[in-house]
Design a protein around this ligand. Sequence first.
Ligand code: HEC
Length: 150
Amino acid sequence: MNRLIAILPLMMLLAALTITTTASTTSAEETRIARMDQNKGKMMKPMPIRTEAITDMKMLDESSLELWSDTKLGKSGKSCASCHPDGMLLSKRAYPRYIKMTGDILTLDQMINFCMKNPMKAKPLKWNSKEMTTLAHYVTMHSKPSTKSP
Ligand code: HEC
């Protein structure tokens, strides 16, 4: 009996602690849900990739044919089509991958900029430019299945 009386305050303390912890968990959960709601508001207005979005695939098809043959892209007087007519030398293997000519593992956009800087003697295209999307579209549409192992 005496022992029980001695333990009683300890048990009360434990109970009090449990209640406090549970209460604070609930409020943390509430904060988390409130934050998620705030984020949801932000998600509905994402930062755009560029001020003028590209939405017309048919127009992208047409402009990619045009840009592929544009000799004014760089200072070499060449166009992408000079060396890659109808997708010549472009293989369908997935990026990023090692491309011997560059000695590097590159994404498609980086490979496009390699050819812009080197054979084309051009400024690299901006990551979010319409031109980058347009040339990447051409590569995707006109590359050929590779006979080489990946
Ligand atoms: C003077 C010739 C030349 C010009 C101009 C040129 N390229 Fe290339 N390009 C090459 C060569 C050579 C390769 C390497 C091919 C290989 O190693 O299989 C290559 C490789 C590539 C590859 C990777 C092909 C693959 O599947 O491995 C892409 C993509 C590419 N070029 C895009 C372009 C784009 C876009 C332009 C125009 C902005 C362009 N090239 C202009 C010569 C050229």
